[in-house]
Design a binder for this molecule. Structure first.
Ligand code: SF4
Length: 228
């Protein structure tokens, strides 16, 4: 099948769209069910939230405008199948939707890490979406967009970052209320340096919760270092 000149023109215009990129790097995926896999991370600048435990505040403002074509070129240099678009909040930049689509078109396995405060409906359905549900301990629970949960599929994951027992109880209630484990995989992650993974593991086992405990593997490997 040949591509029509007008379609080619559209594709070229799309690939010239600019995104503000905070960093682009190759590392080990430390979270989600892809934990442990070598992955290219594209961290987009900007986030409308201010979670108290945020470990990427440097991504709120700094970054360079780069065309989608150039981003694709840089990703290809790492010769890996797995690409994660993260932030900040990637969906705060509209052109991120084009980037996600073009990454899928190129044959990458693409995941998106999003705060749960933005509409995930327009995201290409080949993308695995990791959607946060912000707990009270984050200070941003009122930003949760629970309508997003209707769009979740088994390819997606929801993530609770849990700071203390109050957060745990709240998360367990949302798990039941929205029957989350019937929609997709559910991740319970202890807030790094705030709640012991062992304590969270014990709570999950006591309650027989159908969730996956995750630790931030990259922090155990390299500590709290940007670009890792
Ligand atoms: S949503 Fe993520 S990037 Fe934004 S403030 Fe919260 S933890 Fe930080």
């Amino acid at each position: 099948m040949t591509t029509s000149p007008s379609l080619r023109n559209d594709q070229q215009q799309t690939s010239q769209k600019l995104l503000r990129v905070n960093e682009l790097f190759f590392s080990i995926q430390g979270e989600t069910r892809d934990s442990g896999l070598p992955t290219v991370f594209i961290r987009l600048t900007g986030c409308p939230l201010r979670c108290v435990y945020c470990d990427t505040e440097y991504a709120f403002h700094d970054g360079n405008k780069i065309s989608i074509a150039d981003i694709l070129h840089r990703v290809a240099e790492y010769r890996t199948r797995h690409v994660t678009v993260t932030g900040g909040e990637p969906l705060a930049q509209k052109a991120s939707l084009h980037l996600l689509k073009l990454l899928c078109d190129e044959g990458y396995q693409v995941s998106l890490e999003t705060s749960g405060a933005m509409d995930i409906a327009p995201v290409d359905d080949r993308v695995s979406r990791i959607v946060d549900i912000k707990t009270p301990g984050s200070g941003e629970a009122d930003k949760n967009r629970f309508e997003n949960l209707e769009h979740l599929t088994p390819e997606d994951q929801v993530k609770f970052v849990i700071c203390d027992r109050t957060d745990y109880t709240w998360s367990r209630e949302r798990l039941t209320e929205y029957q989350l484990n019937e929609r997709c995989e559910v991740l319970f992650s202890p807030s790094y340096g705030e709640l012991s993974p062992t304590t969270l593991a014990d709570w999950i086992l006591e309650d027989h919760l159908p969730v996956r405990l995750q630790v931030q593997l990259h922090k155990y490997l390299w500590g709290d270092v940007p670009g890792k």
